[in-house]
Design a protein. Structure first.
Length: 508
């Protein structure tokens, strides 16, 4: 029997007086690190070849769970961005644009199938590079990424039927910049619809999590995609900015912070570049007194602690109807005690490592702010590993609507809890943030769900569930959460010119 894991013991619970201390625990179940091949150094993937950076510079990507270096990654400068954009332009004009749509679809299907074949290795690398639990990368990130390629492969030769009465045309070269919270999935969200609509791509992954995008480049090479159709360049903010500013880009797709999103909006203003932005969020998860409470508590836990709260649509504000507030809070406190925080490669782990030192500092800053603002903090009593970047699952009680932890994005495993009495009150409170990406409603009443979903300014509203995704369903926000939609039929539009099939003048 393994040594007892302290962090699974319930604390301060009236209901759980069972003798957990002597009974059960989970034995470690680590996924094998040896099933993944990571090269000691990665160059840039330009025009179908691995290309040394003009900058001559490399930076390290680490495993945030133990701070060990995983690989050295090329840092692309403006000259490298030029090369990548030129390769994408050439591939677009000479080949991709002219290829019959059915053939494009075949390439995308091939990538999807190869991703499935390599899913185990991709999941391990995703967890090593970003810190997320293997259970999530294995069961969510990688299968969802492959699903996006499958879904958009199907659209490639059906674009004429997607928008009745409209003629579709590709845009050209798409510059795509993605964050570190769902590295491969975000790459799939960006690349699959761009290819299906006949565009070519230059993609830049985030500097802390470049590895699965580079593995995808290997796979794209193996799939024999024509050189230059997909180029993957690595680097930090400066590389991203050079891509945004490049004059030969037709479309920019960005997912990341609202701050950088605003900078990109300014940089693109006055050009012909199309733009979609998927930015931050501060989602309200709302529990009414008639909700199935145990189910709702699980949904709330999933909503905020899934992927360490590194989720733009995380249910980071919880509104509980006053009559059930004490019960729900007690259940939440009990439940966070049972969450296992630790090795991302262990299949039992619920909460992995925080993605970077910088992100951990941001989270700590907000925890301090919450305390200073007078909210009551409640943390799990789990022990954290001594190396790496970790944060205990944290609840804040008695939070004021105006406080910063109820208004600003924390992007960590920290839940702000507020209460309400009436439907109108909670709608007003839920809508009272600068964001509008997602929300959740827990109630037994169908009419209440429809009333709430109509009145909440959020791109996605989940009812009696949370954080559910599907490639067929569009995703995106209002207000400072950005604009444009990814996923589904809507996700094709930002990569197409649509014109009327029958000119207006000839219409009767
Ligand atoms: P960030 O917005 O700086 O990074 C996202 C991507 O943008 C990365 O690939 C980065 O290299 C690139 N980038 C940075 N500066 C750029 C620039 N000037 N021009 C073009 N590209 C640029 O996000 P960061 O600093 O890593 O995280 C900060 C906060 O952003 C988090 O605490 C969280 O609140 C939010 N965030 C939101 C995400 C979402 O999914 N909406 C994802 C990641 C972060
Ligand atoms: Mg890393």
């Amino acid at each position: 029997m393994k040594k007892k894991q302290k962090n699974i013991l319930p604390r301060k619970s009236n209901t759980l007086k069972l003798s957990f201390d002597t009974s059960w625990t989970y034995a470690p179940a680590p996924e094998s690190r040896t099933s993944a091949t990571i090269q000691p150094r990665y160059d840039l993937f330009i025009n179908g070849k691995w290309t040394k950076p003009e900058s001559g510079k490399y930076f390290e990507t680490i495993n945030p769970a133990n701070e060990e270096t995983l690989s050295e990654i090329a840092e692309a400068n403006a000259a490298d961005v030029n090369k990548a954009v030129a390769a994408a332009r050439n591939a677009y004009e000479k080949y991709w644009k002219k290829l019959p749509a059915k053939e494009r679809g075949k390439y995308i299907f091939r990538i999807a199938r190869m991703m499935q074949e390599k899913s185990r290795e991709l999941a391990i690398i995703e967890s090593l590079d970003g810190g997320k639990p293997i259970r999530e990368s294995r069961d969510f990130d990688i299968p969802e990424a492959a699903n996006h390629f499958f879904y958009y492969a199907g659209w490639a030769d059906k674009l004429d039927y997607a928008f009745p009465g409209k003629k579709t045309a590709s845009l050209g070269v798409a510059g795509q910049i993605i964050p570190w919270n769902f590295p491969l999935l975000m790459a799939a969200w960006k690349i699959a619809p761009a290819l299906a609509t006949g565009n070519t791509v230059v993609l830049k992954p985030a500097e802390t999590t470049p590895l699965t995008a580079l593995k995808l480049a290997e796979l794209i090479q193996e799939a024999d995609l024509p050189p230059g159709v997909v180029n993957i360049i690595t680097g930090a903010g400066e590389t991203g900015a050079a891509l945004v500013q490049h004059p030969d880009i037709n479309k920019i797709a960005f997912t990341g912070s609202t701050e950088v999103g605003k900078m990109i909006l300014r940089a693109v203003a006055g050009t012909n570049k199309k733009l979609t932005l998927e930015l931050g969020g501060k989602a309200a998860n709302i529990i009414f007194e008639d909700a199935p409470l145990d189910q709702a508590v699980e949904g709330i836990i999933n909503g905020i602690f899934f992927n360490q709260g590194h989720v733009c649509c995380a249910g980071s504000r919880l509104y509980i109807q006053e009559s059930v507030a004490n019960t729900v809070i007690r259940k939440l406190k009990d439940r966070i005690e049972t969450l296992i925080v630790g090795d991302p490669l262990d299949k039992n782990t619920d909460i992995g490592a925080i993605n970077s030192k910088k992100q951990l500092e941001t989270i700590h800053y907000y925890i301090k702010t919450g305390i200073q603002e007078g909210a009551e903090i409640y943390e799990s009593s789990c022990r954290l590993p001594s190396k790496g970047f970790w944060c205990k699952p944290t609840l804040f009680l008695n939070v004021a609507q105006s406080s910063r932890i109820a208004q600003e994005e924390i992007f960590g495993p920290v839940l702000a809890i507020l209460t309400f009495r009436t439907d109108d009150e909670v709608i007003e409170k839920a809508n009272n943030t600068p964001y509008g990406l997602s929300a959740g409603v827990w109630t037994d009443k169908g009419s209440r769900i429809f009333n709430m979903t109509r009145k909440m300014r959020a791109g996605v509203v989940w009812a009696n569930t949370y954080n559910k995704f599907d490639p067929t369903s569009p995703f995106g926000g209002y207000k400072e959460s950005g604009f444009g939609r990814e996923g589904g039929l809507h996700g094709l539009m930002p990569y197409l010119h649509l014109s009327n099939l029958i000119p207006n003048s000839t219409r009767k």
